[in-house]
Design a protein around this ligand. Structure first.
Ligand code: CUO
Length: 669
């Protein structure tokens, strides 16, 4: 069994809680003293938990401790909302600790972990507490189930100093006979799935308004997932595959299969697989409180398209126009759907319920007593190829709206007086304008998520994509001293047939690499920027590490640190490329600061992955529509990228070379 999540600062494993006797769950009541002494022996100090009157848990207890938990299931969401409210409603940290200790042994462990994480992220008095990385609490959501047997063996037989990392093979979920398996390195990247889990933790779609109502969250839902699709399609092209097909016909068989080979340690069950050629079915699952038809999805879809085409949403209390700049935010909340949807009775819960229908495709009426598949959990959803087909469909709805917007005029793109003269990528040991990728192995300690004696570190070693660090060197001439925003994107140069793109298609292929403010002086300027400064990514260590090992000190910094577990994993900043070199186009633009700038003070150190994750408790720090300048259909006459360019933009051909070699880990995390 996994050790259940314990929210204690790391390094404090020697501390024990002194718990009021009646807090112990029934299971432990009669053996309370033995339980206490088992863990108490190791403890150097005790934390006294106060005895408070615990609010009734009611429905929260209906999700058994051994079941799986998914935010996409309305009943689970509802009870999560209740538990979050209980945690948020506690008067102070002592009371929060008391109720957390009380609930920990009673409620479902995944539910508990999620709700307490949300509460810690949002309570003003817990900003100096760490949220442990989910990979340490529940490694079973990320790692081949075989590993745990080996780990248990190691922990029992091999002394701590002599353990060698347990290696997860790079190809364990399928063979090369399955074409989709070429993308497994991306879909199953641990950091990528951690990012997605973290994003949804930071932007929940249900709960009290304080937790949900964040600046431009609907638009960010659209943009972050649009970029996932663009990046996935980029990787597909690198692997000589065409772009992913939208899952548009919901009566058609789904050809993609997926066998996750993950075991839920909490539920003691394997995550269900999906064989090829399954069809969506109506769901009747009393146990989960889900009664939903494929036709429900179709009705919601049609109503959403009606809103897009009329430019107006029917709100609960009157019409809401889908305006040029804010319409996408309304639409994001409507499609997802979040509680900020203008009218959930009418527009339903399309995207979330799509996840649900897909996740129960193998047992729609619960006759086999099976739980949901990986697509039903934000921690695991990105592993399955169907995730991308579903989100390609969702993105297409957003693009339908974007296409109807007025096109950017040259004046809205240009920055008069600013000319980008030259761009160069410099990678150590490579020719100019070459990006270099390769396989790298890393070791991560899994012992926190496993409860067996004797303890001690148990490392797993996994293989992931990586790129050599590089820098951009950008030459800009300005006719006066000014500020500007430098926006950097990358796109494949050719489509899957090897033809140059039309701009209306290529605009959807641009992946954001970086965005930052520049101070230009009058005349010639050289801007140098390193790849590890990207506004898209977080450093590799932060994705995996328990956030306390190298953390900055002080409450403010820590709060930022928790939030910034959200961020694209740095190892996937650059797509894989090909051994012979994959031709790409690097796009750089210096936009006019007058239309970019958001007036606010940004404090704290961790504001380094705002492109996909925003800033904690702040406005999204770029006033333009997310994805600018590629979020709209190009103006007429700009059929190709070259024709699209204004003087403040420039494109450079870049060669993306993959070295098929695996580098051993330098150190462990
Ligand atoms: Cu992130 Cu569908 O929204 O998984």
């Amino acid at each position: 069994r996994p050790k259940e999540p314990v929210f204690m600062p790391k390094g404090d494993e020697k501390k024990a809680f002194e718990v009021p006797a009646d807090y112990l769950s029934d299971k432990y009541k009669n053996i309370g003293s033995q339980v206490t002494s088992r863990f108490g022996e190791e403890a150097s100090s005790q934390i006294k938990v106060s005895r408070i009157s615990i609010p009734p848990l009611g429905e929260i207890l209906e999700l058994a401790r051994s079941e799986n938990f998914s935010l996409f299931i309305p009943k689970h969401r509802r009870i999560a909302g209740k538990l979050i409210d209980i945690f948020l409603g506690m008067r102070n940290v002592d009371d929060l600790l008391a109720v957390a200790v009380y609930t920990r042994d009673r409620v479902n462990p995944y539910l508990f972990n999620y709700c307490l994480s949300v509460a810690i992220l949002h309570r003003p008095d817990t900003q100096d507490l760490d949220v442990p990385s989910i990979i340490r609490s529940f490694p079973d959501k990320y790692i081949d189930s075989k590993v745990f047997g080996e780990a248990r063996e190691d922990a029992n037989v091999v002394p701590v100093g002599s353990r060698v990392p347990i290696e997860i093979p790079k190809d364990y979920t399928a063979s090369d006979l399955e074409e989709e398996h070429r993308l497994a390195y991306f879909r199953e990247d641990i950091g990528l799935n951690l990012h997605h889990w973290h994003w949804h933790l930071v932007y929940p779609f249900e709960g009290t308004r304080v937790v949900v109502d964040k600046n431009r969250r609907g638009e960010l839902f659209y943009y972050m997932h649009q970029q996932i699709i663009a990046r996935y399609n980029f990787e597909r092209l690198c692997n000589k595959m065409k772009r992913t097909e939208r899952f548009i016909n919901w009566d058609e068989e789904i050809k993609e299969a997926y066998f996750p080979k993950l075991d839920s340690l909490v539920a003691s069950r394997a995550w269900p697989s999906r064989v090829g050629n399954q069809k969506l079915q109506n769901i009747r699952r009393e146990v989960d409180g889900i009664n939903i038809d494929v036709d429900d999805l179709k009705r919601w879809r049609d109503r959403i398209f009606a809103a897009i085409h009329s430019g107006v949403a029917q709100g609960r209390d009157g019409n809401i126009p889908l305006t040029e700049n804010e319409g996408i935010d309304v639409l994001g909340n409507m499609v997802e759907a979040s509680i900020l949807s203008p009218n959930q009775e009418l527009y339903g819960d399309l995207h979330n319920m799509g996840h649900v229908l897909l996740s129960y495709i193998h047992d729609p009426d619960h006759r086999h007593l099976e739980s949901f598949a990986v697509i039903g959990d934000s921690a695991t959803a990105m592993r399955d190829p169907i995730f991308y087909r579903w989100h390609a469909y969702i993105d297409d709805m957003f693009q339908e709206f974007k296409q109807a917007l007025p096109r950017y005029t040259e004046a809205q793109l240009d920055n008069p007086g600013v000319t980008v003269k030259d761009i160069q990528i410099e990678t150590q040991g490579s020719k100019p304008n070459t990006l270099q990728t390769f396989w790298q192995q890393s070791d991560v300690d899994m012992s926190r998520g496993m409860d067996f004696q004797p303890r001690g570190s148990v490392f797993i070693r996994f293989t992931h994509l990586q790129h050599r660090p590089f820098s951009y060197k950008i030459q800009v001439v300005s006719n006066k001293a000014r500020e500007g925003t430098c926006r950097i994107f990358l796109s494949p140069k050719f489509d899957e047939r090897g033809n140059p793109w039309l701009m209306r298609d290529q605009r959807l292929m641009f992946i954001e690499l970086d965005k930052f403010k520049v101070n230009l002086k009058q005349g010639q300027n050289t801007i140098t920027r390193n790849s590890n400064q990207s506004s898209v990514t977080i450093p590799f260590e932060r994705t995996y590490r328990d956030l306390d090992t190298s953390r900055p000190q002080g409450g403010e910094a820590l709060a930022q640190f928790n939030f910034c577990g959200c961020g694209w994993p740095a190892n996937l900043l650059i797509p894989k490329g090909t051994p012979e070199g994959f031709p790409c186009q690097l796009f750089v633009m210096i936009s006019n600061i007058a239309d970019d700038q958001v007036q606010q003070t940004i404090t704290g150190e961790c504001n380094d992955s705002y492109s996909y994750c925003g800033l904690k408790d702040k406005l999204y720090p770029d006033r333009r529509s997310m994805g600018y300048p590629f979020d709209r259909t190009p103006r007429s006459g700009a059929e190709t990228l070259q024709q699209f360019l204004t003087p403040n933009m420039r494109v450079q051909d870049v060669n993306l070379v993959f070295e098929n070699k695996t580098y051993r880990p330098k150190g462990s995390i």
